[in-house]
Design a protein around this ligand. Structure first.
Ligand SMILES: *Cc1c(COP(=O)(O)O)cnc(C)c1O
Length: 232
């Protein structure tokens, strides 16, 4: 059943690509597995998924050793600096860098482990008070600062769009992020690319793909609703 969900989402991505003349190979589906048990992740892995997204350091650590080594883990949640050391050599990319202090900590911990860490800058395009992320005009200066850090490589931008019932309501948000990435790319900053655009979730990933997403982060659409009741 989870395999069917996974394949359905892949099909939808393909349809969205077709609608705008994009190659589906440009889009990576991140299976967002937060709160879900390893058995469920294994099912989706068996259906072909290799890219999983988690939003808590502890959960990545708990799952990491119980699942195949070729999974490319994506840290998509707010990251506390004191926890960076646990994941720098485990994750494929950190999607949620939103301060120079955090980037510096990643630099320090990555240097210790002799790895280079790919990161995205999280942008709060809609400037929602409840959300983390940079304002649009803070992004370029931070990209320039981080480009000086040898063990941190900026690969692009990420946003969490507002929760809306009509995905069309987020189209403008996705367009703005795409435009920002094109503008920054044009500056040819050292040690920096804008090749990744991580945007779109269960409710709006097809619109995000039409607007240029290269990574969509889908949880509910693959794994079903999340149950947080055990946390309370
Ligand atoms: C939970 C989460 C998602 C997935 O949300 P769904 O609506 O379940 O697809 C995507 N991105 C981030 C940053 C998340 O925390």
């Amino acid at each position: 059943m989870l395999a069917d969900n996974y394949r359905q989402v892949l099909n939808n991505i393909q349809d969205a690509c077709q609608a705008v003349g994009r190659d589906p190979k440009e889009v990576t589906l991140v299976a967002v597995s937060k709160t879900k048990p390893v058995e469920m992740l294994q099912q989706v892995y068996d259906a072909g998924a290799r890219v999983f997204g988690e939003n808590k350091v502890q959960e990545i650590m708990d799952k990491y050793d119980h699942l195949p080594g070729d999974i490319r883990w994506q840290m998509i949640g707010h990251l506390q600096r004191n926890k960076v050391k646990y994941i720098v050599d485990k994750v494929d990319m950190i999607h949620s860098v939103d301060s120079y202090r955090l980037a510096q900590t990643i630099e320090t911990e990555a240097a210790k482990k002799n790895v280079t860490v790919s990161v995205l800058l999280e942008v709060n395009v809609a400037e929602e008070e409840s959300k983390f992320g940079l304002k649009m005009d803070e992004v370029l200066p931070l990209v320039q600062q981080i480009s000086e850090l040898p063990h941190v490589q900026v690969k692009g931008l990420m946003t969490i769009a507002p929760f809306v019932s009509n995905p069309e309501d987020n189209r403008e948000i996705f367009r703005k992020l795409k435009k920002l990435s094109v503008d920054i790319e044009a500056k040819n900053i050292n040690n920096t690319t804008m090749s990744v655009l991580s945007m779109g979730m269960t409710g709006d990933y097809m619109v995000a793909v039409q607007e240029g997403a290269t990574m969509v982060r889908v949880g509910t659409g693959i794994f079903g609703e999340r149950d947080y009741s055990a946390d309370k």
